[in-house]
Write a protein that binds this ligand. Structure first.
Ligand code: GTP
Ligand code: SPV
Ligand code: MN
Length: 595
């Protein structure tokens, strides 16, 4: 077998994996357009790709109903000691987990092609970038990786003979017997799915799922779970954050990074069209930020991804016009509905509902149907370069200097629209105690409140107590050059269950207050939870919002917050001795402020 690869470690790995998984053939990807088109042809023929008449070079896929989102219950951090993975991760020891998975991998690619996908997270050749090689038996994964990462034969050239890469092994776990007809979306049953990480060896093994973060291993597996471990070791941050540039009418630029849990508004905020005159927002990234301290002592951030894997439902010209314009062509849609004229549709799109469509399960759908037309976690995969407001500096290898960090979540109650941390440690406390109602981005119950520190509960590759400490340490290194930290909640509801805040483009009003805060141009009031805007603090010009709504949105109810304390204490207690002293002190001070 001569694959013409110079890297010895890679050659050895490909040989090992092919002997184990026994594919019919091996294909080394080069990342070209021709290759993309070839894969699409193949997927149209026998992989369920439906070409969309209304959108050039765009295709719809329908997944198996059991394989529609990340599976946190089947995601593992496999370190030698359970303590290292920490209380927020599923743990299995490497020996046991590898034994089980080797059993599953044995012969799992029979009847299929094994694709070797060389990719770079971050611009190819940038000192911040990391090289990964994904081996997968899914052509759907290949085309998605083409969009989401930088797939190229240049990556192999860069690797040379001895270069380092992160091996990412993926199989859908559905071997084909001779002559067996393939399923439209082959995958393994839920109890056979494993999304495994071996951070001590920088190794990823995924089995049984073809969907999103379970299968596109550059994203959550590499760029967050493995990268977070590397980041801690090397003194930087790998975060579940969007990055945007906001420019005020005077031309001053602010760079903002914001961590919200899955399906809580990152993509929307990242490419928002400000409703306040003269302000401009440009997108740098919508899901992941790698942040390092630069030579000038400030925190610089890059987006390691190349595309958006965004939530479709709710996306419309009225909520997120820049996403809609990004989706005009060259897009992969998964689990959206198909209209009779050959376009995609999802709940919340502009205009009238179609009178008839085919739903994400392939069934007839009409507005009378009881089921949704699109799955709530239906997604689009689109090149970031197609976003009309992509920032010209989005691929700058050194990144952009971050002025503001935002944490947040989906809370129908208690948490006000916005508040500012008193200082870095208090900001870390806000990140560490972030709680949010669960969404369809993970398989499991939707709408229950859980702690999701830094929006990283599903994505931190090590003990989260140590992760908190790492954030505190980063603050120490940044000193007075540290970004200011804020907390937001776009999702507070009134007693009728309606959102109090219009959100989307009007979130610019909240960002404006933050910018004015860092320029010393806006006042704030001290409350037990942090600094909240003065009465005139948030620019509401041109916004028709009842004063009562504003009052409810901004309300800090001491009794409600006191009721949170036992929950925070319980949440903190799981970290035992790994909970940093400085966070214990923050909690103590918070309790004191609540009186
Ligand atoms: P992941 O890709 O899973 O990490 O999600 P995300 O954080 O990028 O969330 P996204 O921006 O895709 O938003 C998820 C859902 O929340 C969509 O249905 C949006 O329409 C909705 N949403 C986003 N921003 C707002 C907002 O400001 N207000 C309200 N009410 N809904 C919002
Ligand atoms: C998320 O769940 O935060 C996502 C989607 O961004 S996935 O890539 O499937 O993880
Ligand atoms: Mn995400």
């Amino acid at each position: 077998m001569n694959l013409n690869i110079k890297n010895e470690k890679l050659n050895r790995w490909i040989k090992e994996v092919s002997e184990l998984c026994q594919p019919d053939s091996i294909y080394i990807c080069n990342g070209s357009k021709e290759e993309y088109n070839q894969m699409i042809e193949l997927l149209i023929k026998n992989g369920g790709a439906i070409p969309l008449k209304k959108r050039p070079n765009s295709y719809l896929f329908r997944s198996d109903p059991s394989d529609v989102a990340r599976v946190e219950d089947r995601t593992f951090i496999s370190t030698s000691s359970k303590e290292e993975a920490g209380p927020t991760n599923n743990w299995l020891g490497p020996a046991e987990l590898k034994k089980t998975m080797l059993g599953l991998y044995k012969g799992c690619m029979k009847g299929r092609t094994m694709y070797v996908i060389p990719f770079s997270m971050g611009p190819i050749g940038s000192p911040i970038s990391k090289i990964g090689i994904e081996i997968s038996d899914s052509p759907y994964v290949v085309v998605n990786m083409h969009i989401m990462t930088r797939v190229s034969s240049r990556v192999l050239e860069l690797l040379g003979e001895n270069g380092e890469f992160i091996p990412c092994l993926h199989s859908i776990g559905a071997p084909l017997a001779h002559g067996q007809k393939d399923a439209q979306w082959p995958c393994a049953p839920i109890d056979k799915k494993y999304i495994s990480h071996f951070p001590e060896e920088n190794l990823i093994w995924s089995y049984g799922s073809g969907y999103g973060g379970n299968a596109l291993l550059g994203k959550k597996c590499l760029a967050l779970r493995i990268a977070s471990v590397m980041a801690r070791r090397e003194g930087w941050l790998a975060e579940h954050m969007l990055i945007l540039r906001l420019t005020n009418p005077e031309g001053r630029q602010y760079h903002i990074a914001a961590a919200f849990p899955s399906a809580c508004g990152k993509t929307n905020l990242a490419m928002m069209m400000p409703s306040i005159p003269g302000w401009k927002c440009e997108c740098i990234g919508d899901d992941i930020a790698w942040m390092k301290i630069g030579a000038d002592g400030r925190l610089y951030s890059i987006n390691p991804e190349n595309g958006f894997f965004g939530v479709a439902p709710g996306t419309s010209y009225s909520t997120n016009p820049m996403a809609m314009d990004t989706l005009k062509g060259n897009v992969i849609f998964t689990n959206c509905a198909l209209t009779d004229d050959g376009d995609v549709w999802w709940e919340g799109m502009d205009g009238d509902e179609p009178v008839h469509a085919i739903d994400w399960k392939g069934r007839d759908w009409t507005p009378e149907s009881v089921h949704e037309a699109a799955h709530p976690n239906a997604r689009f995969t689109a090149p970031a370069s197609q976003c009309p407001v992509i920032c010209k500096d989005w691929e700058k290898p050194e990144g952009v200097p971050i002025d503001i960090i935002i944490f947040g979540g989906r809370r129908s109650e208690v948490v006000p629209l916005v508040y500012e941390a008193y200082n870095w440690d208090h900001g870390v406390f806000l990140g560490a105690t972030a709680a949010s109602e669960t969404t369809a981005a993970n398989i499991g119950a939707v709408g229950f409140l859980r702690y999701d520190p830094f929006a990283m509960k599903p994505f931190c590759g090590y003990n989260m107590g140590d992760y908190f400490q790492h954030w505190l340490d980063m603050g120490g290194k940044l000193g007075n050059k540290a970004p200011r930290i804020f907390y937001v909640n776009w999702f507070r509801k009134n007693s009728d269950g309606k959102f109090l805040w219009p959100g989307f483009s009007d979130n610019s009003r909240v960002l404006k207050w933050m910018c004015q805060r860092i320029d010393g141009k806006a006042g704030a009031q001290e409350t037990p939870i942090g600094l909240v805007p003065d009465k005139e603090g948030i620019d509401l010009n041109g916004l028709d919002i009842p004063p009562d709504n504003m009052r409810e949105l901004m309300m800090v109810n001491t009794d409600e917050w006191k009721a949170e304390i036992p929950n925070i204490e319980k949440h903190f207690s799981i970290f035992g001795s790994r909970l940093p002293e400085r966070l214990k002190l923050q909690l103590k001070e918070f309790i004191r402020r609540l009186g």
